[in-house]
Design a protein. Sequence first.
Length: 273
Amino acid sequence: MERSFEKYFRQNRLPHLWCPGCGNGIAMKAIVMAIEKKGLSQDNTVIVSGIGCSSRASGYMDFDTLHTAHGRAIPFATGIKLARPELNVIVITGDGDCTAIGGNHFIHGARRNVDLTVVLFNNSIYGMTGGQASPMTPYGKKATTAPYGAIDRPFDACQLAIASGATYVARSTAFHVQHLTEMIAGGFDNQGFSFIEAVVQCPTAYGRKNKLPEPADMMKWMRDQAVMKPAWDKLPAEKQGEKFPIGLFYSAQYEDYTTAYDEVIERAGGDQK
């Protein structure tokens, strides 16, 4: 069977180090399938990641890649985009990397409408560093730092992205592979800050503590709890429970940061004349 997506991976770096059953590999494959779908050139595409389980993905992908500092993937990516606007710049980040230490960078990247595609792998926990609760750990769920259940209200990263100024915002899951690929591909089409949340399973650090010890259990949970956005909009509040919407949440057109920056450079040059 032809597996055309394999050309996008560094074969000498495989197999990966993620735990058996981890959803990060599914989300990573969805990114390269979206790249192939849209015909993006490997030579003109850059992958930038921060620190965490999700951010190890850049090391396996056969592009120009940057594995940067914790929470700093978006400012690194912003610098690349400003220096080389013709490049396709993709950020891979995690729920902790993006919404905790990287929270301000996330907000201001969206506010500036920098032309980046940010894919957040949301496994609801700090998986790599010991299973601590993250800003996106669901209320009441257990973690090593919340053995009796998290009491912090979790971020809805998609709503945060919309409120901050992102011009394309979507969510999907590792169960809905084709849908996730389509959501990421849609982000490539947007000239501005695109944000896609990919809900992924972490059976080792999250599932074992929350009565979902097997990867299949977590996949079934995604299947049963995710609701397509049009159906979600019609769902009464009393029936929502632990369910969550997936799909395209927001799309708008607004001048992207690179274009605005070029206009400033042109005005500055005109003043010098």
